[in-house]
Write a protein that binds this ligand. Structure first.
Ligand code: NAD
Ligand code: TYD
Length: 350
C-alpha cells in the first residue's frame, strides 16, 4: 500500500491523473487535496468517487496546519503536485493569487514533506507538475529542451518558474527526492471554459463571437490531457530523482488555424452549413506580453521512459468536441454566475 496525495485533483489535468491512478493501481491510496476554487469541480470525478482507494480532502496547500495533520494521519509516501492558479489572463489582472498559491503554496508543501519525511527519504517522492511556459517565448524556429534557460514572461509563468526553482532548491539543499515535468498546452474533456478550446466550443454552440487575440498568429503545442496523465504516471514511477522531463505532442498550431479546424468540426456536428462557425471569429485586443510560440522537444521522455502521445490531434479534437456537446449540463453549470461576471470583465473591454 502506497499513499499518494494528488493536489489540485478536482481540476482539469488533476482529475485525469486521479482517475488514471485510482483505476490502474488498486493497491495505492489516492488522496485528492483540493481547495475547490472556481476551477475545481468534484463532478469531474463522479465515476470514481466511491472507489475504495480514493479519498477527497478539501483544503488549501497554503494551510501548513492542515498539511501537517494530513501527513500525520495518512502516512503520506508521495505528493503529485498540480494545484495552482493556471490561467495567464487571470494572472495579468490579479497576480497576487498566483504568488500565494503557486509559490507560497508550493513551498508550504515542500516544508511539510521535508519535515514529515525527516531525512528518511526511502520510497518518498515529491513530483511537481509544471508548464513549458517557464522557458519563455520562442521565435519561429527552435524548441524548448530540459536545459533551456528559464525566461518566464507572465505573472503565471513567473510564479510557476519560482515554484520549479524552489522544488530543485529543496532537492539540492535538503536531499528531498523530487521530479519535475514541464508540459505544453493541454486540451480535452473537463477543461475550464476560460481556456481557448472549450471557450471557442461554447461560444460556437451559442452563436457568440469567438475572441481571437491579436492576429491569431501565436503558436501553441497541444497535447491531449489523457496523454499528459499517462506521462505523469510514467515520470512518477520511472523518472530519475532530481530530473526534469519535458512533455509535448509535436503538435504546433497557430491559434487561428486551430480555431478554423474547430469551426469545421462544430458545423458538421451541429448540422450547420460550412462557414457558419467561422463567421463568428472576432479579432480582439491582444493579450499583454503575449508569448509568440511554445514548442516542446520531448525526446528525453520518449527515449528514457518510452512515452509517446497515443492520440493524433484530429482524433483528440473530435473526441473533445463530442465530450463538450454530450456534457452540456457540466458546461452550463460552470458558465453561469461567477464565470459570467469574469467573462464580461475580460472580454467587453477588448
Ligand atoms: P486547473 O486550473 O484546471 O485546476 C487547478 C486545481 O487546483 C483546481 O481544482 C483548484 O481548485 C486547485 N487549487 C487551486 N488553488 C489551490 C490551493 N491553494 N490549494 C489546493 N488546491 C488548489 O489547472 P490545470 O489546467 O488542471 O493545471 C494543473 C497543473 O498543471 C498546474 O500546476 C498547471 O500549472 C500545470 N499545467 C497546465 C497545463 C494546461 O495546459 N492546462 C499545461 C502544463 C502544465
Ligand atoms: P490559453 O488557453 O489561455 O493557454 P495559454 O495562454 O496558457 O497558452 O490560450 C491559448 C492561446 O489562445 C494563447 O495564445 C492565447 C489565445 N487565446 C485567444 O486568442 N482568445 C481567447 O479568448 C483565449 C482565452 C486565448
Amino acid at each position: 500500500m502506497r499513499t499518494i496525495v494528488v493536489t489540485g485533483g478536482a481540476g482539469f489535468i488533476g482529475s485525469h491523473v486521479v482517475r488514471l491512478l485510482v483505476n490502474k493501481y488498486p493497491n495505492y491510496r489516492i488522496i485528492n487535496l483540493d481547495k475547490l476554487t472556481y476551477a475545481g469541480n468534484l463532478e469531474n470525478l463522479k465515476d470514481i468517487e466511491q472507489a475504495p482507494n480514493y479519498k477527497f480532502v478539501k483544503g488549501d496547500i497554503c494551510d501548513a496546519a492542515l498539511l501537517d495533520k494530513l501527513f500525520d494521519e495518512e502516512n503520506v509516501d508521495a505528493v503529485i503536485h498540480l494545484a495552482a492558479e493556471s490561467h495567464v489572463d487571470r494572472s495579468i489582472t490579479n497576480p497576487m493569487e498566483f504568488i500565494q498559491t503557486n509559490i507560497v503554496g508550493t513551498v508550504t508543501l515542500l516544508n511539510v514533506a521535508k519535515s514529515k519525511w525527516a531525512g528518511n527519504y526511502e520510497g518518498k517522492l515529491f513530483y511537481h507538475v509544471s508548464t513549458d511556459e517557464v522557458y519563455g517565448s520562442l521565435g519561429e524556429t527552435g524548441f524548448f529542451y530540459e536545459n533551456t534557460s528559464y525566461d518566464p514572461r507572465s505573472p503565471y509563468s513567473a510564479s510557476k518558474a519560482s515554484s520549479d526553482h524552489l522544488v530543485m532548491a529543496y532537492h539540492h539543499t535538503f536531499g528531498l527526492p523530487v521530479v519535475i515535468s514541464n508540459c505544453s498546452n493541454n486540451y480535452g474533456p473537463n477543461q475550464f471554459p476560460e481556456k481557448l478550446i472549450p471557450l471557442a466550443i461554447n461560444n460556437i454552440k451559442k452563436g457568440n463571437p469567438i475572441p481571437v487575440y491579436g492576429k491569431g498568429e501565436n503558436i501553441r503545442d497541444w497535447l491531449y490531457v489523457v496523454d499528459h496523465a499517462r506521462a505523469i504516471d510514467l515520470v512518477f514511477h520511472r523518472g530519475k530523482n532530481g530530473e526534469t522531463y519535458n512533455i509535448g505532442g509535436h503538435n504546433e498550431w497557430k491559434n487561428i488555424d486551430l480555431i478554423k479546424v474547430l469551426c469545421k468540426i462544430m458545423d458538421k456536428k451541429m448540422n450547420k452549413a460550412e462557414g457558419t462557425a467561422e463567421s463568428l471569429i472576432t479579432y480582439v485586443k491582444d493579450r499583454a506580453g503575449h508569448d509568440l510560440r511554445y514548442a516542446i522537444d520531448a525526446t528525453k521522455i520518449e527515449k528514457e521512459l518510452g512515452w509517446t502521445p497515443s492520440l493524433q490531434f484530429e482524433e483528440g479534437i473530435e473526441k473533445t468536441v463530442e465530450w463538450y456537446l454530450n456534457n452540456t449540463s457540466w458546461l452550463e453549470r460552470i458558465v453561469s454566475g461567477e464565470y459570467e461576471k469574469y467573462y464580461k470583465e475580460q472580454y467587453t473591454t477588448r
